[in-house]
Design a binder for this molecule. Structure first.
Ligand SMILES: [Ca+2]
Length: 280
């Protein structure tokens, strides 16, 4: 009998231990709620932003005298708009060789900026002339002009609006027919910090990718809210340039939707990289 009593005591002891351990588990379950509160704190809010880095798949040559301002990949060819007074161009480029298949010089009074392709027409901005140019995609012949009230930095489109950056922390959405402003969004991190100097743009899978001038960061902006959902650190690409002597900031984002790969380059960079994005 005594032995059985001891057995019962042991069973009660084990039962108590299990109960206690499940109690402490319940305590642990409260922790995520606390965590959520911390991450909603403005100071720590940007920790929610997904971080990516580029994994290089291929390295292509890029003309190191091109001051890259706009980059698009379309039907197997690369289109590039370049800046600087007296050497601004619009080019259709053979990706593999880096040589232009077609090239058009802008008048020396214009400093070329971003480019986008909308309805088989190429739109190109200029920096401080408040004037943009429209070209036939095949011939690169100029077929029109448009005006806008801000500086011109980057341009892309969401198939409805032309989306334009002007170096500020705002993106303007323009009607592509009459160039009226449809909407303006303020670009902020998840902790509400504004991000300025938005430069070259690319609309990819519902999001606006933007180089941030003077940094190695590409931000991924939700076009409905202006909130930065992801951040890509492209600093590693510079280590893979054949010639870094004249290389300036990273600028230029293009996308191949057939392969889900990105083309990235920079101002006066000797190379252009085809990359996949890997989450950190
Ligand atoms: Ca682009």
């Amino acid at each position: 009998m005594i032995k059985i009593n001891k057995l019962i005591q042991i069973f009660i002891l084990i039962f108590l231990m299990i109960s206690l351990s499940s109690c402490s588990k319940t305590d642990i379950n409260f922790k995520p709620a606390v965590k959520t509160n911390i991450s909603e704190n403005p100071v720590n809010g940007d920790k929610q932003t997904k971080k990516y880095f580029p994994k290089i798949l291929k390295k292509f040559p890029h003309n190191p005298s091109s001051y890259t301002q706009g980059l698009i990949f379309h039907n197997g060819d690369l289109y590039e708009g370049t800046g600087q007074y007296g050497s601004s161009k619009l080019m259709k480029i053979n990706l593999k060789t880096g040589y232009p298949l077609k090239s058009l010089d802008l008048l020396p009074v214009y400093f070329g900026e971003g480019i986008t392709i909308f309805n088989n027409k190429i739109y190109q901005l200029t920096w401080q002339s408040n004037k943009g140019f429209i070209y036939d995609i095949n011939s690169l012949k100029k077929i029109g002009e448009f005006t806008y009230p801000t500086e011109g930095w980057g341009i892309t489109n969401d198939s409805t609006s032309l989306i334009v950056s002007d170096g500020s922390n705002f993106l303007n959405f323009y009607d592509p027919i009459n160039f009226s402003v449809i909407k303006t969004i303020m670009v902020v991190r998840k902790d509400d910090t504004p991000v300025y100097n938005l430069n070259e743009l690319e609309f990819i899978n519902g999001m606006v990718f933007a180089n941030v001038y003077m940094t190695n960061e590409i931000i991924v902006i939700n076009p409905n809210t202006g909130v930065i959902e992801a951040s890509i650190d492209v600093s590693e690409l510079r280590y893979h340039l054949d010639d870094i002597a004249d290389a300036e900031v990273a600028n230029g984002i293009a996308y191949n939707d057939k392969t889900n790969t990105y083309f990235l380059t920079g101002k006066y960079w000797s190379n252009l990289f085809e990359v996949k994005l890997i989450e950190e």
